[in-house]
Design a protein around this ligand. Sequence first.
Ligand code: ZN
Length: 392
Amino acid sequence: MAGTRKGYWQDAYQVTFQSHVARISGNNIILDETFFYPASGGQACDRGVLVIAGKSFNVQEVLKEGDNVIHAVKPAPGNAVVPGMIADGMIDWDRRNALMRAHSAQHVLSARIAARFHLSTTEVSIQPDIASINLNNQINLDQLEEVLTIVNRDCTTSHPVTTSISPRDKAISDHAGRIRGEMSTEDPVRIVEIKDIDIMCCGGTHVKDTSEIGLILVIKFKGGREIKFVVGKEAVAMLAKMNTGMISAAATLNKDMLQLAEAVEKQVKNSKLLEEQADQLAIELLDREARCHGLQASSGIRIHVLKAITNKKIATAHFNNFSPGSILAIQGDKGSLQIYSNADTVKANELIQALVERLGGKGGGNPKIAQGMLEKEPEDLGALLMEILSKS
Ligand SMILES: [Zn+2]
């Protein structure tokens, strides 16, 4: 048998068709000809309905198996459907159209990157109104911006998209050297041409003019090679949301929206600097405290209380400078507390527990280092610790 005739290669806009049942197996129906696009070449499949002998079957997945296109349907056709019956197909147009837009946009983007930076697209994924590509080498943000400007102009102005099926050799000689990417090994091949932009060997469904695509918006740019983008209505809605988000973020930073990226970068640098300064201050405080006597509790234990924002790594390292028999309690913000002990008779985790019992909150750790969040801030933590230690 010659396999399923690819109606979807003829006209991407035809979403109702009539064909005959060729074969049934379980939930799978094969027709003589189908306009349902099967998942292939990175493009997700169409969905829709097949009506056979007055019964409706939901087409949930469409797959290619050799030369055949398989429609996985629900419910299972059982004995109600036999080969030769007429099948009426109805394709979900919104999904199909969103796939067409995404696929054509992908060709435009890949073509413009190839032409401008001589990079090829090694992988594609086409979903309704969302697509991603992988490149064989990196581009930077400035290059992405340059390409996006061109691609968005392409996708909002008219460039006719045409498809043709021809013998492989003829396609190669007709478009000598102008076909982007690797030629399919199939024969005949299907050529998709976007006027003035791209010629590509592709079996996917495409819009007939790039102006139908609309804006594209990159939502992920990873490692300079992976570009994920949304298309059309999706992109416009997302842009509007981002636009207002940027206006409000810029207002928070007291900047103009177009200076936002620069302002955020500066802000991040500033906060890193502040963090470094806070660390330095905490280190100075810790080292100064290490030279003090602290509060003398019974049995030779010394209690040190500090208010500082610092992390465990810094505090642990600098607690090494405290003389044996020391307890260090560091009060951070919002009731956070760290306790360090190098006294054999005092366990940091037990101290935290005793504090939690009196002030509420939670905490844990080991005899050397413990931390917690206290519900109520103690008025005088040093005095409270003295009291707890005197009772134990
Ligand atoms: Zn394609």
